[in-house]
Ligand binder design. Sequence first.
Ligand SMILES: [Zn+2]
Length: 115
Amino acid sequence: MHEASLVTALFDQVDRSIAPHPGAIVHRVFVRVGELAGVEPELLRLAYDTLREGRTCAGAAIELVSEPAEWQCRACALPIPRGEVLRCPRCEGEARLVRGGEVFLDRLELEVPDV
Ligand SMILES: [Zn+2]
């Protein structure tokens, strides 16, 4: 269950993010899902809904934002367009995936009580 461990890590990250705001209520969780992260958005959503009970995110909706893959030359940092050959058109350098390879917490919508 790849998605379940991702969601558990996400909850821990949310807990850490709101630790400086005691009593804060999480309304929405925005998660970026990379095109090449190997994660099925529907399974991620399902895992979230199944596991959120009793967690800080229990009352929060999840919003998935898809992130397209982007490559860059490892040698000269030139952006490399998607295509069959992932080689730098300038220096023939190897392509490196710079975006779209992971799932991560983008931002939170919080309600912080006045103190
Ligand atoms: Zn290059």
